[in-house]
Design a binder for this molecule. Structure first.
Ligand code: CDT
Length: 303
């Protein structure tokens, strides 16, 4: 078997007043704990370095650029990259990316995959951006990802690592089965995912328990239907009074949750994962080559 310990590092809240340096030192504490438990890979949340700022209304880059990172590692990330490389731990980190590309300044909701030797293996830029460009006038908060970020332009790439082939996605991407199927078709054995999910749906009333249920349902089916491991890391708890769900978990290729965070705070969960576990699923019920019927899937890629 190809068994290795994987860690998911859930984060409690990051408040507007918290400094990036303080946040990065929390990430480093969790990375050390994961390493102490024998982990070679850690999955951190979406937009891990700041509060979930798309809940607020800003009008100009001067107001919101403070939440963005430039360069890899960005200055704020350097201590985390250094400790991870020294310990030989690879990681997924979600952050707000600001980059000059095609002659203009562009902003994406991004994750980076860094190998245990410190190499940047690649990036993913969030494709399914939820929410709106303009405020909807909710009395409590907004969800303005479409205002601050462009739709990701890197597709759903997968990355060859020293441990196997990994794919990355971000938060709302997990609700879309196409996300995982594309990565699985590209050989992903592990899906890494960070998220910030408010307990309240501002677009339509939903009982709070459904928010956690839909999260878990998406993770379990993604794992089973693609015969792959899922590492799901929340940033959660109450950020300046705005509550987000926890429920960080590791899901086996059978669709079973093998470990789950119990708190809504910084918490490391680990599991020894056999990366060969999903192989039988991909040889049998989900043998894509033998059983997919793409001639009937056309509407999926048409308007
Ligand atoms: N960060 C993120 O993508 N959150 C969304 C909230 C959806 S409600 C507008 C999610 O899918 O969890």
């Amino acid at each position: 078997s190809r068994s290795e310990v994987f860690a998911v590092a859930q984060m409690g809240p990051v408040h507007l007043a918290d400094t990036k340096a303080a946040v990065v030192s929390r990430l480093i504490d969790m990375l050390r704990e994961a390493h102490g438990r024998g982990a070679t890979w850690v999955t951190f949340p979406e937009l891990a370095l700041t509060t979930f700022f798309p809940r607020y209304i800003y009008d100009t880059p001067e107001q919101y650029d403070v939440f963005f990172e430039e360069g890899l590692p960005s200055p704020a990330m350097v201590p985390l990259f250094d400790v991870a490389r020294n310990l030989g731990v690879g990681f997924y980190l979600g952050y707000a990316e600001k980059v000059r590309e095609g002659g203009q300044m562009r902003r994406f909701n991004t994750s980076v995959l860094v190998g245990p030797n410190g190499d940047v293996l690649g990036k993913y830029r969030k494709i399914h951006l939820p929410g709106t460009v303009d405020p909807i006038g909710d009395l409590e908060f907004e969800h303005l990802e479409k205002r601050y970020f462009e739709v990701g332009n890197l597709g759903f790439p997968t990355f060859s690592t020293s441990s196997g082939r990994f794919g990355m996605c971000i938060c709302n991407d997990r609700r879309w089965p196409e996300t995982f199927r594309v990565m699985a078709l590209r050989g992903a054995e592990v899906f890494m995912l960070g998220y910030n999910t408010p307990t309240r749906n501002i677009h339509h009333h939903e009982p709070a328990y459904l928010r956690e249920f839909h999260h878990r349902l998406s993770m379990e089916s993604a794992a089973y239907q693609n015969g792959a491991w899922v590492m799901a890391a929340a940033k959660c708890g109450s950020e300046d009074g705005f509550a987000m769900i926890g429920g960080s978990m590791i899901v086996a290729p059978t669709g079973e949750v093998v470990t789950r965070a119990a708190s809504e705070d910084d918490e490391v969960i680990t599991h020894k994962c056999d990366l060969d576990m999903g192989a039988y699923i991909r040889r049998s019920v989900f043998d894509f080559a033998r059983h997919r019927r793409i001639e009937h899937y056309k509407p999926i890629t048409e308007q």
